[in-house]
Design a protein around this ligand. Sequence first.
Ligand SMILES: *Cc1c(COP(=O)(O)O)cnc(C)c1O
Length: 398
Amino acid sequence: MLARYSDRALTPETLIERQRNPRTEPAPIDFVDLKTQQDAIRPALEQQIHRVLHHGQYILGPEVGELEQRLATFTGAQHCISVASGTEALLISLMALDIGPGDEVITTPFSFIATVEVIVLLGATPIFVDIEPDTANIDASLIEAKITDQTKAILPVSLYGQPADMDSINAIAACHGHLPVIEDAAQSFGASYQGKRSGNLSTLGCTSFFPSKPLGCYGDGGAIFTNDDRLAQTCREIRVHGQSAPYQHSRIGVGGRMDTLQAAIVLAKLPRFEHEIAQRQAVAQRYHDLLGTETPGAAPLPWPKPDRTSVFAQYTLRVQDRDRLQAQLKEQGIPSAVHYPVPLNQQPAYRHRCCPDCTPVAQQLAREVMSLPMHADLSEADQHRIVTALKAEGVLPP
Ligand SMILES: *Cc1c(COP(=O)(O)O)cnc(C)c1O
């Protein structure tokens, strides 16, 4: 019965249009292709979705608990608490640590906005530490100088899929009254650091199942990981309005649950995930080999450090003349993206709260970084097309 639906998701209109106007130019390349993945797992997806439709437990149904168990096993963490998004995972983690007005949280200025948003929402102050030019992650050697009596947590981000230098960060935190460390692993779920999975490298780990992340759902979702029983319980309570028993609200919480349908979708994606990680790494390796160091005007960020692996949420270059390069790639049907064009401490909503010019490496990378199409099903032919376009005369500045 499921086979009927297992064709690629093309509408009749698209097919008719394609027959009328056969393409003369090569098809545009997807920056992230979720359609091929969907085709590969369609029977499992439909089974999972049907199961939820039939039992009808849309909130905290059995798939939610099953997913939490599977993800805890995957990371090696004792507890996994699924939540409504990656942002919610960060917010609930900071709330569980009682972070609020007057507190300082040390973090990176080079990330998605959610990383700093949650700190400021709770009334705490973000303290930005500059990044390493080779990983774009927080520079652990600069953290200690920023620790004060107000410091309540360190919040590194494992950007582009490569874990931050968590051992160094944990060691610094341990030396300063066992400060909690929260890893923002929204881009690095599936990566490892010295053999341990990202998300399970510190006091708390937060990830996101936003559709385009390495492990995504079909909506919003996220998860928190910890080995601390008390923190796990606190996060679970905060996730449901601070509820410790039905209609007993022992603390202030949020409506932060991940819904059952989204959990069911991640469950359907999990069996292919290890394959996808390997594919992402193979795609990244191929880019690396094809680009080499001889592409004038563009250099890939260095390969991940030997003690860690990356899931390549992004494959990122440093380029000169980025606007022109992006425009010329676009003309050839090749999308690109910038993660991120403005450091967090220079964003209009945040710059007055912190030192906007204290992180020169982040400022420089914000001017230079550009990400290429990256997903597990990117074909070798498309990668050749992308790299050829990058190397073509006139595309790159001399
Ligand atoms: C995507 C992302 C988030 C937020 O995740 P959502 O699920 O979109 O809320 C937070 N931090 C980083 C580094 C991200 O990439």
